[in-house]
Each structure stands twice: as structure tokens, then as C-alpha cells.
Design a protein around this ligand. Structure first.
Ligand SMILES: C[S@@+](CC[C@H](N)C(=O)[O-])C[C@H]1O[C@@H](n2cnc3c(N)ncnc32)[C@H](O)[C@@H]1O
Length: 249
């Protein structure tokens, strides 16, 4: 497994079997900040509760934690991962981002784990998301970050979209990098209100999907969704003409 730098200097990996990148070539941290953290609105939540599909190398988690720390917010993070990378690979990528975080996780790595500190709680389940995961309290944000529909077709399905919908509280937001038509239609059929948001690093658009219905069926207004100005996410035309790795079609 070869770890390589991405365009913003942060490290990533290519999957040895299907050859797809864990992050876009333009930047692993760049995508984490722009799409998952800011695109979802998690950068503004007072005590963000997040579910991630595809913990991977922990880049999205590390970036979200760094931001939460800076503003003194407690981060409650749940994630699923079907195939944890070898510990030495995790070390190579995650340690430069957050050595303290890596040291906390490393002793438990390889199976399901739960780590709690004063700053965060991370519950990572080693499981295929479509086969179920521990239900808990609902989350406000979903980082939907598996490999592309080509590489991971079993995840981009109505059943999984519905699970994500059920996991989100009213007003909650899911973000993902794929804007493929079947993804947009599938999320809409699960009940989400779906919109394209400006992408970055070779992606013209990303996707944001909101659970708008309250339990009593009343539609919420936009103001409740926590989607304040997102200057970085709306940063104009893509810098690269071609689709980056991990582009999801
Ligand atoms: C694009 S990478 C995620 C990168 C990661 N979010 C990060 O910040 O480093 C996709 C991840 O989804 C995982 N995955 C693929 N299919 C899955 C499934 N059915 N259930 C859970 N995880 C899955 C892969 O093993 C891989 O680690």
C-alpha cells in the first residue's frame, strides 16, 4: 500500500485492489475542510454529532476534530469502516495530521473501538454499513464517504440512503462528493432534499442532502439547517479540468 502526497501536501492512499484513491488528488485535507466540515455545516455546530460512512485513514475525523478543538466544541463522532488499513499505513497518514490523536487510537486499531477524551468521543465500528451498525442517538451530520459507485456499488443504494435518513435528526445534513444522477434520485426518494453545491479540485459540484421533515411532518425553513456562508465551498470554477480520483462519477 503506497502512501502518496496529494495536491495540498496531505497524504493519501490508493486502494490496492480497485485502484481508487481514498481522497481526491487535489487534497485530502482540502476536501475534508471544504466538503465534509464546511459543506455539511459541522464547523458551526455547538456540539457536533457526526456519522461517517468510511472512516478510512481518519482524515475527515482529524480535520473535524482540529476545528472543534479550536472553538472548544465537544465532538461526538461515530463511524463505520469495513476494512481498516494496516496500522503502519494509518500512522503514516494520520500521525502528521494529529500525533496525539494517532497515539490515542493506535492501541485499539484493527477492530471496533471506542475512545473518549475531554475533547471527543469516537466510536468506530468495523462492519459493512449495509449489514447494520449499532443504532444510537441521531446525528446532525452524515459524512457519506465510501469509494465511488463504481467501486462500492453496494453502498450507493436506496436501503443505505434510507438508513442515513433515519440516522439524521430533523434538519440534519448529509454531504458527499458524488453528484451522479442515480445518487441524487436515490437520496431524494429516501426523503432528502438534495442540492448541488460548488465543488473544488477538479469537481465542479458536490452534493448536500437535507432531512427537512420534522417528526410531525412540518417542513423546516432553511434557517434551521445551519448552512451559513461557506466562502471556501463556493470558491468559483474548478482548478483542474478533469475529474480527480475519488470523484464518484
Ligand atoms: C474514500 S475512503 C474514506 C476516506 C476517509 N473518510 C478519510 O477521511 O480518510 C472510503 C472508505 O469506505 C470504506 N468502505 C467501503 N465500503 C464500505 C462499507 N460497505 N461499509 C463500511 N465502510 C466501507 C472503505 O474501506 C474505505 O476505507
Amino acid at each position: 500500500m503506497e502512501v502518496r502526497p496529494t495536491g495540498d501536501g496531505s497524504l493519501s492512499l490508493r486502494h490496492p485492489v480497485h485502484g481508487e484513491g481514498y481522497h481526491p488528488a487535489a487534497g485530502a485535507v482540502g476536501q475534508a475542510e471544504r466538503l465534509y466540515l464546511r459543506g455539511s455545516g459541522a464547523q458551526a455546530g455547538p456540539r457536533p454529532r457526526i456519522f461517517e460512512l468510511g472512516f478510512g485513514l481518519g482524515v475527515n475525523f482529524a480535520v473535524t476534530l482540529r476545528h472543534a478543538r479550536r472553538r472548544g466544541a465537544f465532538l461526538d463522532y461515530r463511524a463505520v469502516e469495513v476494512e481498516p488499513v494496516p496500522l503502519e499505513v494509518l500512522e503514516e497518514v494520520l500521525r502528521p495530521l494529529d500525533a496525539e490523536l494517532f497515539a490515542r487510537i493506535a492501541p485499539h486499531w484493527g477492530g471496533s473501538l471506542e475512545v473518549a477524551t475531554r475533547e471527543f468521543r469516537l466510536r468506530l465500528e468495523v462492519v459493512r454499513v449495509q449489514e447494520g451498525f449499532t443504532a444510537g442517538v441521531r446525528v446532525r451530520y452524515v459524512y457519506f464517504d465510501p469509494f465511488s459507485p463504481r467501486a462500492n456499488p453496494e453502498v450507493w443504494t436506496p436501503a443505505v440512503y434510507r438508513k442515513m435518513y433515519d440516522l439524521l435528526e430533523a434538519g440534519g445534513t448529509l454531504v458527499t462528493y458524488s453528484v451522479a444522477g442515480h445518487v441524487r434520485r436515490g437520496l431524494a426518494a429516501a426523503g432528502f432534499r438534495v442540492e448541488r453545491i460548488p465543488g473544488w479540485g477538479g469537481k465542479r459540484h458536490w452534493l448536500r442532502a437535507r432531512r427537512t421533515a420534522q417528526p410531525n411532518g412540518v417542513e423546516e425553513g432553511d434557517a434551521q439547517v445551519g448552512d451559513g456562508p461557506d466562502p471556501e465551498g463556493r470558491a468559483g470554477p474548478p482548478e483542474f479540468p478533469s475529474e480527480a480520483a475519488n470523484d464518484g462519477a
